[in-house]
Ligand binder design. Structure first.
Ligand SMILES: NC(=O)c1ccc[n+]([C@@H]2O[C@H](COP(=O)([O-])OP(=O)(O)OC[C@H]3O[C@@H](n4cnc5c(N)ncnc54)[C@H](O)[C@@H]3O)[C@@H](O)[C@H]2O)c1
Ligand SMILES: O=C(O)[C@H](O)COP(=O)(O)O
Length: 410
């Protein structure tokens, strides 16, 4: 299938060492111009490279701001090869007519397994025992060591990861309570806490699985930490902005908390060669991991295939199913028609201008698909037209006031 750009001209920019499964998926789909970087790029370089790209793939480290997106004039779509999409200005991308895709489940299990392992390690006091052994010490003692059985696990954010953790924790005999802003179906014997405070006051282990939003910013600060039980444990594998890290360090120093496991930080190194700085460094009772909750080969492989296939589908066929910021359209194949894609500001008059264009040209519409949200309209029109006619129609569509992006698929 040919697109309005010959496929060989479509530039795919893949950053942050996304899995080779993504590269292979693009190649199998006929895309040959793939620029691959192991790391995130400094802002100025990112801006320059993305200006050339039609498709860009990132992970959690690359920040696609309004300024960077506005500079990306050729951009068709963005793929976040991870769960979180807070690193992209989704509103700006939508306003520019650029759908953003992610992998909402592919690393869920990896995060859940890490959290369960950390809960067991923290309850047994293993981080500090391990550290002492490495220094030549020896404390063979049961003091401060507990089984998981019958302990209360408090899950904040009972979504994909939170629920998966709840199921695994119950298999260990833990009692699971959760807090979420939405009403959620309890899995197994899990029970909703009456509030965040209720959860913090009852849990032996608190684990955080909320997205980064204005409401979750610093949702666990000194006040919330003080409400946690003395000797309890905190795990954060969500986003670094969710916890006041200095308040956490203070709660650990005062021994109000017995330990913590932290995978995400307010400021994270840009790459593997940069230094990691945190007030938690040097605390033996804290497990520190470099944002690797979702970093297993299985998860990365699956994410590569999942996100690349969403990007290829959008590029080849126009489907936006599961885009996180865009009207969703699932489209059939169009073997006998040319397909025109038109993304526009959702303002009165655009659709009638589009339809006038076809009636004035006496062009028969084989099928039309439309989906809108309050800001953006996405219309897909299959027409019986030859390649030259389709190219002219595409140019006329692009000239309609309010147009954000337009393409033709042959
Ligand atoms: N450490 C890692 O490598 C890693 C890997 C994957 C995901 N993550 C992070 O974990 C987050 C959660 O992932 P998920 O797949 O479970 O997402 P999800 O969307 O399935 O679940 C998030 C849950 O949090 C709830 N929530 C939102 N705001 C809340 C608030 N203010 N208070 C309480 N609950 C709130 C939502 O209703 C939802 O149920 C992601 O957004 C991402 O930032 C980190
Ligand atoms: O949002 C996610 O899926 C995680 O934070 C993982 O991000 P990463 O791909 O940068 O490891």
């Amino acid at each position: 299938m040919k697109t309005s750009y010959p496929k060989e001209d479509i530039k795919v920019l893949l950053l942050e060492g996304v899995s080779q499964s993504a590269v292979e998926s693009f190649r199998r789909a006929g895309y040959s111009q793939i620029e691959f970087h192991e790391k995130s790029l400094p802002e100025a370089e990112l801006k320059a490279r993305i200006a050339e790209a039609h498709i860009v793939g990132i992970r959690s480290r690359s920040h696609l701001t309004k300024d960077i997106l506005e500079n990306a004039r050729r951009l068709i779509a963005v793929g976040c090869f991870c769960i979180g999409t807070n690193q992209v200005d989704l509103e700006a991308a939508r306003a520019l007519g650029v759908p953003v895709f992610n992998a909402p489940y592919s690393n869920t299990r990896s995060v859940a397994e890490l959290v369960i392992a950390e809960a067991i390690m923290l309850l047994r006091g293993i981080p500090q025992k391990n550290a002492l052994c490495h220094r030549g010490g020896w404390t063979k003692s049961a003091a401060g060591s507990f089984e998981t059985r019958d302990k209360v696990l408090g899950i904040v954010g009972y979504g994909h990861i939170g629920t998966q953790i709840g199921v695994l924790a119950e298999a260990l005999g833990m009692r699971v309570i959760f807090h979420d802003v939405e009403t959620k179906l309890s899995l197994g014997n899990a029970r909703a806490a009456s509030s965040l405070d209720d959860l913090l006051e009852r849990a032996d282990v608190v684990t955080l699985h909320v997205p980064e939003t204005p409401a979750t910013k610093l949702m666990i600060g000194a006040t919330e930490l003080a409400k946690m039980r003395k000797g309890s444990l905190l795990i954060n594998a969500s986003r670094g902005t969710v916890v006041d890290i200095d308040a956490l360090a203070a709660a650990l120093r005062s021994e109000h908390l017995a330990g913590a496991a932290v995978d995400v930080f307010p400021v994270e190194p840009k790459g593997n060669d940069d230094a990691f700085v945190s007030p938690l460094v040097g605390m033996d009772n804290v497990i520190l991991t470099p944002h690797i909750g979702g970093s297993t080969l299985e998860a990365q492989d699956n994410i590569g295939i999942e996100v690349a296939s969403k990007l290829v589908r959008y590029s080849d066929n126009g489907s936006t199913l599961s885009a996180v910021n865009f009207p969703e359209v699932t489209l059939p194949e169009h073997p006998n028609s040319r397909r025109l894609l038109h993304i526009h500001r959702n303002v009165p008059g655009v659709l009638s201008r589009i339809n006038e264009l076809f009636s004035a040209g006496n062009i028969n519409i084989d099928a039309q698909f439309l989906q809108t949200d309050p800001q953006v309209g996405y219309v897909v029109i299959d027409v019986s037209a030859d390649e030259a006619q389709a190219a002219i129609l595409k140019d006329k569509l692009a000239a309609i006031p309010g147009t954000l992006r337009s393409r033709v698929l042959y």
